[in-house]
Design a protein around this ligand. Structure first.
Ligand SMILES: O=C(O)CCC(=O)C(=O)O
Ligand SMILES: [Fe+2]
Length: 345
């Protein structure tokens, strides 16, 4: 048995006691006192015309998020939704990803492969790329041999591009940080430190989103919080957007999809996350791989090639581990979380 590096497990105190649902209780370490709360309005978060990368960057660094109105033309949004419609409608009530998403929420992954408009008009939107590079791009000089320095740039790349259709009856998704996928352990910051982010997302409304129909809510300022500070809905800001509006948000910000209390409104957004260009394998070994060849390999080999889900959530295909996706008949299963515990005093 190998030991894995952990900077958090040894800080926790695990109890034998269980709660009503059978979850074991756990105590978290004391954190540096932090009762900062940011009360923001839509006006605070909205970037004024003319839209510039600097203005977006400034708001995102202060609040963790920024709204850009009329980011994508309405007709392009309509095209994106038309491209995704068959995939959304094909999803009934699905499994609940270990209670992470309400079972009434349809999610469609790999949307840039399903809609050219999403790839060209959203992913490759110059503002999307420029903002991502402000937070995630790298440029460095490296020593090679005794007397040579070389330089290189690493630009941000696509991390995920899932569409989420929150249907009537959906309940609040729990507040979470999306950079858990990168095991990004954050400590309290007074002001934002550039270089600490592993991903930045852009929420695009394909239809009007409101507090009632399930707008993404987020906790302004939570990108500066310690790993263990408790997120609560008390200070949530609901990113209410018109079709075509965008909401940029750091992956280190607490957020979640919200309950849809309407009778018949479907809320559809795409969240496109960009990540550091370095967060990948050196060789693109799997590009063009023959799936039958992969199926002929052992699970151990497939795992080591990078097909095993990195818990939590990183490297899934349509929400499941890629090995399970390749070998649906096998009894191989890798859930999103290893274990769940209930926080206690
Ligand atoms: O549906 C939403 O608004 C947010 C979804 C989300 O944050 C997630 O699944 O990670
Ligand atoms: Fe999320």
């Amino acid at each position: 048995m190998t030991t894995l590096m952990s900077t958090t497990l040894e800080e926790l105190k695990f109890h034998d006691k269980v709660d009503q649902e059978g979850l074991h209780l756990v105590s978290i370490p004391e954190i540096v006192k932090d009762d900062r709360k940011l009360n923001v309005t839509a006006a605070d978060l909205t970037v004024s015309e003319p839209i510039t990368i600097e203005k977006i960057k400034e708001k995102v660094a202060i609040y963790g998020g920024a709204i850009v109105r009329n980011f994508i033309a309405e007709e392009d949004c309509d095209q994106m939704l038309a491209d995704l419609r068959p995939y959304i409608d094909a999803q009934g009530v699905t499994d609940d990803l270990q209670n992470f998403l309400p079972p009434t929420t349809a999610r469609v992954g790999r949307t840039v492969l399903k809609s050219k408009t999403i790839a060209e008009k959203f992913l490759a939107h110059p503002t999307n790329l420029a903002v991502a590079n402000e937070f995630l791009g790298r440029e460095n000089a490296f020593r090679i041999g005794p007397d040579q320095i070389v330089t290189g740039t690493s630009e941000a790349q696509l991390n995920s591009c899932m569409a989420f259709a929150v249907r009537p009856g959906a309940e609040d998704q729990p507040l979470h940080r999306d950079d858990v996928i990168h095991h990004n352990i954050r400590r309290k910051m007074e002001t934002y430190e550039f270089g600490t982010e592993t991903a930045i997302g852009t929420v695009l409304a394909l239809k009007r989103t409101t507090k009632e129909n399930g707008a993404t809510r987020f906790i302004p300022g939570s990108h500066l919080w310690d790993h263990y500070r408790e997120p609560s809905d008390e200070n949530a800001f609901y990113a209410e957007l018109e079709k075509g509006d965008a909401f940029f948000m750091l992956a280190s910000c607490y957020h979640g999809g919200s309950a849809n209390i309407t009778k018949d409104e479907e809320r559809v957004i795409i969240i496109l996350f960009m990540t550091q260009g370095t967060l990948r394998q050196e060789e693109m070994v799997l590009l063009g791989a023959d799936l039958d060849y992969l199926r002929s390999l052992s699970v151990e080999a497939l795992k080591a090639m990078g097909l095993q889900l990195s818990q939590p959530f990183c490297g899934h295909v349509d929400n499941i581990d890629a090995i399970e996706y390749l070998l649906p008949e096998s009894d191989y299963r890798r859930p999103h979380f290893k274990e769940s515990y209930k926080v206690t005093a």
